[in-house]
Structures are given as structure tokens and as C-alpha cells.
Design a protein around this ligand. Structure first.
Ligand code: NAD
Length: 468
């Protein structure tokens, strides 16, 4: 298992402190990873800056061919990568395989995008507006979908002919190291680099003066710090941050279809997904039915080590998150809320919390108001949908939301009133590589995915051509 940095096309051992990567299912060390020193971060940025001189002139076809070759090699290594993801992140192996498969599709999709040039004619002259590459992109990624999110950053940045230095989460670096290793077999040296370590290494990278743009996925607090450190150089940023997604189940929802999807989108990856459904509002006429059906689904889950084929539900990824979610549940219980846990027992070691439903909870409770980022779903009863829209729009977050209804026109009207970057109707959390994804308010700045996401890695340059 590789635990090295990748700088200028070569593996380099980090010379800073060692960080142990723990398997959250058993708290055993999976790998000991030497962090990068500040000098090594600088070397990585220097290598990326040097490589940019050539890479920015690479032909579009070459990039398409190389991306396809990378996607093919990721496919060949799918099982190995999925195992790494399960060991470092905790999700069941089948879900880790889905993460790798989705990533392969994403790489191929980005390969095929073309970078547009606008043409205008005015007063006898031609005007062309190009989307030019920026230079060195710093990419900093979180621990929940480590492999896929790294690819979401790296490939659009490379496609637009920038070079990259990635820093994965210190909790889950292993699958990203593997990705960068594969990328380096297909791209020139220095085009894609990786440095390892905690937030100090991240801060050294994102504040580096030779970094032109930062693409960051993680917590709102870290995103705010990165934005502050970008002010001096007027660095541009894409920030994909936290969320507190609401689901609104209307009285005419088709529960047979909706309930499995609601369960899946609330508890995907043990609730550790930015666009997970995190608070559910149900019309009073369906409330008891919805709760009853969801109880049946939480009772079906098998908690355990993700490498065990019987496991359907993994642990929280790390101890900090585990404790935070337990505290939120305990506080909700102390306030009088009803906590519904499955009948099965929870494994004794590892950061396991069983999928939990919470009813009879006050809307002002922290479990409803904050991003719990864990396997617990507060379910609230409503009678007036306008009231729900008004109160949920008070959230400081604006990542996603969903409406569950048999009346698509009405659901779309509700969508237009929701202050979120994505609204799903009769689904939640299902992302598309084609559709822009980004948060309003404290959920982010800028977009990912599709042409809009791709062009975030470029700068407009207008060329006015007048006859000689
Ligand atoms: P985090 O902010 O703690 O860490 C994310 C990354 O930032 C890690 O690599 C970390 O080492 C690095 N980092 C920490 N301090 C830094 C600093 N000062 N400068 C630069 N880098 C620094 O987030 P996390 O706990 O790993 O991830 C969970 C959060 O990510 C949740 O809030 C979740 O909603 C959010 N998230 C958002 C999206 C999205 O697309 N909107 C997707 C996935 C996760």
C-alpha cells in the first residue's frame, strides 16, 4: 500500500509527522502515513507550476485519450480501490464499488466535455471569448466520499489544462493516493501531485501564492478559513460545504415509491453525505405511516465491517464525528424527543451508531437545525406547507432539498420557493455529472459538474480582432 506523496511524477516520503489511518469498523491501524513538510508542499506547487507551461498547450484529443486510459486503469483496479475505501472510510464494500464505478463514469463524462469559444461580430471586428486555464489548482478533499470527490476536483481542473496539487483528508488518504498514482502513469510529470497531512498542510497549500485557484469540499468552517486566506492574492475558490437538506412529504406522496428512497437518501453512507436528507417534514395525514415504514427499514440493517458481505450499514468515519452525533441524539432525548433505534445490537468496537429516527422533536432542536452528518433522521409533522418552506428557508445552509408529491407541477412550484442549490422531486441525493451542483448561503460558493462546473477552472479572455 502506497503512503507516499507524489511530487513531479515521483513518489516521495513525507518528512513531517506520521498520521495513522484507522479502520473505523475496528479502530485498527490500516496504514501509517508520513505527512508533507511545508517545504514539500512548496515543491509540489513548484512542480505543478513548471508542468503548467507544457500542459496548457496539450491538445484536446490527447486529454480525452489519457482520461479514457486512466478510467480503464481505475476499472482494472476497481476491487483493490474499493477495498481501500472500505478500510479507510468504513462504508460497505458494495457501496465502495459504487463509488469507484461512479467515478469512472464521471472521468469519461468530463473527458467528453468541450470548452466553448464565444464568437461575436461588431462594428467590422470579430470578438472571440476564450476560456483559458488558470495555472496551479489546489484541491482539498474530505473523508466521506474520498475517491469520488478527489476525481470531481482533479479531472475538471486537468481537462481545462490546469495542473493540480491535491491534499486528501488525513482520515482517508489511501484511495486518493492510488488515484494519483494511476493518473501519473498517464500524464506528464508534475501535472497531478498529492501532498498528505492535516489542516496545516491544507492551509499551507491553499494559501500558497502560486496557487491560482482553490477547489475545496468540506466543512463550512474550513471553507471560510480558506476564503479568508484567499483574499490577499484575490485567489478564486470553489467551495462545496455543509448542508442541512430538508425533505417535504406532501399529503399526495406515493409512499410505496418514496419510503425506500427516503431511507436511502437519509442514511446513505451512514448519513455522511453532504446532500443526504437531514430533516424530514411529513404531512400529518401520512406521518404515522411514514414513521412505521422507516422503522421497518432501520430494523433490516446489518451493521458491521464493510468487508463482511452481509454488512449493509457501516460505522461513522472517525471518533470526533461519532461523538458529535451521539451528543446530538442524547441532547434531543434529554429535551423530550422520542428516539427510535433498531432492535438489533450494535458492534462493540468501532464507531457504530445504528440508524436512528427521532420523532416528537422541537423544530428548534440542534438535531434539526445543524448538520448532524450521521445516521439519525429527525421527522417532523406539518399541516401547512407554506409554513414549512418559510421555516426551513431560515436555515443558514442551502445545499439541497426535496419535495415528495404525486403532483409534479405543484412540487415544482414549491421547488421555486426553496433556497437551495438543488431541489429533487420524488428523489434526493442523486447527482448528475451534467447538472450544476453547488450550495447557497453557508453551503458554498461556485459550482461543480457540467459545463458550468468545468468553466470554474478557467478565466475568460476576450480577443478583439480588428482589420489591419
Ligand atoms: P473538514 O473541513 O474538516 O476537512 C476537509 C479537508 O480540509 C481535509 O482534507 C482537512 O485536512 C482540510 N483542512 C482542514 N483545515 C484546513 C485549513 N485551515 N486549510 C485548508 N485545508 C484544511 O471537513 P470534513 O469533516 O473532512 O468533511 C465533512 C464536511 O464536508 C461536511 O460538512 C460535509 O457536508 C462537507 N461536504 C460537502 C460536500 C459538498 O459537495 N457540498 C461534499 C462532501 C462533504
Amino acid at each position: 500500500m502506497n503512503t507516499d506523496l507524489f511530487i513531479n511524477g515521483a513518489t516521495v516520503k513525507g518528512t513531517n509527522s506520521i498520521i495513522n489511518v484507522l479502520n473505523p469498523a475496528n479502530e485498527q491501524i490500516v496504514a501509517s502515513v508520513p505527512s508533507a513538510s511545508i517545504e514539500q508542499v512548496e515543491e509540489a506547487v513548484d512542480a505543478a507550476k513548471e508542468a503548467f507551461n507544457q500542459w496548457q498547450h496539450t491538445s484536446d484529443q490527447t486529454i480525452i485519450d489519457r482520461f479514457y486510459a486512466i478510467a480503464d486503469e481505475v476499472m482494472q483496479a476497481k476491487d483493490e480501490i474499493a477495498q481501500l475505501i472500505t478500510q479507510e472510510q468504513g462504508k460497505p464494500l458494495f457501496l465502495a464499488q459504487v463509488e469507484v464505478e461512479l467515478t469512472i463514469g464521471w472521468i469519461r463524462y468530463v473527458a467528453e466535455l468541450s470548452i466553448p469559444v464565444e464568437h461575436y461580430q461588431e462594428n467590422g471586428k470579430d470578438i472571440k471569448v476564450y476560456n483559458r486555464p488558470l495555472g496551479v489548482i489546489a484541491s482539498v478533499t474530505p473523508w466521506n466520499w474520498p475517491f469520488m470527490i478527489a476525481a470531481w476536483h482533479i479531472f475538471p481542473a486537468l481537462k481545462t489544462k490546469n495542473t493540480v496539487v491535491n491534499k486528501p483528508s488525513e482520515f482517508t488518504p489511501l484511495s486518493t493516493i492510488k488515484l494519483v498514482e494511476i493518473i501519473n502513469r498517464h500524464l506528464p510529470q508534475g501535472v497531478c501531485n498529492i501532498v498528505l497531512g492535516d489542516g496545516h498542510v491544507g492551509a499551507a497549500l491553499t494559501s500558497h501564492p502560486n496557487v491560482e485557484k482553490v477547489t475545496f469540499t468540506g466543512s463550512t468552517l474550513t471553507g471560510q478559513r480558506i476564503l479568508q486566506s484567499a483574499v490577499g492574492d484575490l485567489k478564486s475558490v470553489v467551495l462545496e460545504l455543509g448542508g442541512n437538506d430538508v425533505g417535504i412529504v406532501l399529503a399526495d406522496a406515493n409512499l410505496d415509491e418514496a419510503i425506500p428512497k427516503i431511507f436511502q437518501s437519509a442514511f446513505l453512507n451512514a448519513g455522511q453525505t453532504c446532500a443526504c436528507l437531514k430533516r424530514l417534514y411529513v404531512h400529518e395525514s401520512l406521518y404515522d405511516q411514514v414513521v412505521e415504514h422507516l422503522i421497518a427499514l432501520i430494523n433490516d440493517q446489518v451493521l458491521g465491517d464493510g468487508l463482511n458481505p452481509e454488512t449493509t450499514f457501516g460505522p461513522l468515519q472517525n471518533k470526533i464525528q461519532y461523538k458529535k452525533v451521539l451528543e446530538l441524539i442524547a441532547d434531543a432525548q434529554a429535551s423530550g424527543a422520542n428516539i427510535i433505534r433498531p432492535a438489533r445490537s450494535v458492534p462493540k468496537t468501532g464507531y457504530f451508531i445504528a440508524p436512528t429516527l427521532v420523532t416528537d422533536i422541537d423544530e428548534k432542536n440542534a438535531l434539526v437545525q445543524t448538520e448532524q452528518f450521521g445516521p439519525v433522521l429527525p421527522i417532523l409533522k406539518f399541516t401547512d406547507v407554506e409554513q414549512v418552506i418559510h421555516s426551513t428557508n431560515q436555515s443558514e445552509y442551502g445545499l439541497g432539498g426535496s419535495v415528495w408529491s404525486g403532483n409534479l407541477d405543484y412540487a415544482e412550484q414549491i421547488a421555486s420557493k426553496m433556497e437551495t442549490g438543488t431541489v429533487w422531486i420524488n428523489s434526493h441525493s442523486d447527482l448528475s455529472p451534467q447538472a450544476a451542483f453547488g450550495g447557497w448561503k453557508l453551503s458554498g460558493l461556485g459550482y461543480s459538474f457540467g459545463l458550468n462546473g468545468l468553466l470554474q477552472y478557467t478565466h475568460k479572455q476576450s480577443v478583439h480582432l480588428s482589420p489591419a
